[in-house]
Design a protein around this ligand. Structure first.
Ligand code: DC
Length: 222
């Protein structure tokens, strides 16, 4: 049976994971959160007290890093050297360091290989920054999901508030803009819209509207 793939790329806080999860559920595909893999790498770097921008230092420890994913009740779990780090990697600090470690080719090669291997075995909805451009260039559907920086900051603020964390919304917005800059301007696989990706600006759309639109686009394609 053919394996299908949907690639969803876009900037931080655009709602990729919420949307990708909902789409994968509707289609009974596996959801692959590739950002979690870069976050696991970042956690390793943070714990090792290595400068995340020092590629030589990362090369030195690289062979000792084993990142794996698995599913419990259809929820992606991520393991760093055997330890389940699924919730630890959600911290803001880890996301910011992930944006730095993901610049290095050596890190990307390892994780892209893992991502391609997963997609070769099963139908996936995969989200990240380079899925449509590098990881799954032949994806059945590519979506570039974006929203204004104000809207992304507002959603992030509400998310954190729900978790009992009160962050300054202007600081969140500044972090989001800095992360976009870093992810879009790096040399290796920068965040960009694949030529054949469909752009969806979710600033004024509900989650349901975006999910319905992606399902419609996918059904049109196959
Ligand atoms: O989606 P996220 O916030 O969990 O991703 C964390 C960082 O990882 C992001 O700022 C850039 C990097 N990343 C990447 O370079 N390529 C991907 N496919 C996914 C994430």
């Amino acid at each position: 049976m053919k394996n299908y793939s949907i690639a969803i790329d876009g900037p931080a806080g655009a709602g990729k994971s919420t949307i990708a999860k909902a789409v994968s559920k509707q289609l009974s595909f596996i959801y692959v959160d590739t950002g979690a893999m870069y976050r696991a790498m970042a956690l390793f770097v943070l714990r090792s007290n290595i400068d995340p921008s020092d590629s030589e230092a990362i090369k030195g420890v690289y062979d000792g890093v084993d990142i794996k994913i698995d599913y419990i009740d259809k929820e992606q779990q991520i393991y760093l050297n055997g330890e389940n780090v699924t919730s630890t990697i959600r911290r803001e600090e880890v996301g910011n360091v992930a944006s730095i470690v993901s610049k290095h080719l050596i890190v990307r090669e390892k994780l892209v290989e893992l991502q391609q291997k997963i997609a070769s075995n099963t139908s996936v909805v995969m989200d990240g920054r380079d899925i449509g451009t590098v990881v799954l260039p032949n994806a059945d559907l590519k979506v570039y999901l974006t929203a204004s920086a104000d809207e992304r900051a507002r959603r992030r603020y509400l998310d954190l508030k729900e978790k009992g964390i009160d962050e300054d919304i202007e600081k969140i917005k500044a972090d989001i803009i800095a992360r976009d800059e870093q992810d879009m301007n790096r040399e290796n696989s920068p965040l960009s819209k694949a030529e054949d990706a469909i752009m969806i600006d979710s600033s004024k759309m509900s989650i349901d509207e975006v999910v319905t639109e992606i399902l419609r686009l996918f059904k049109d394609r196959i």
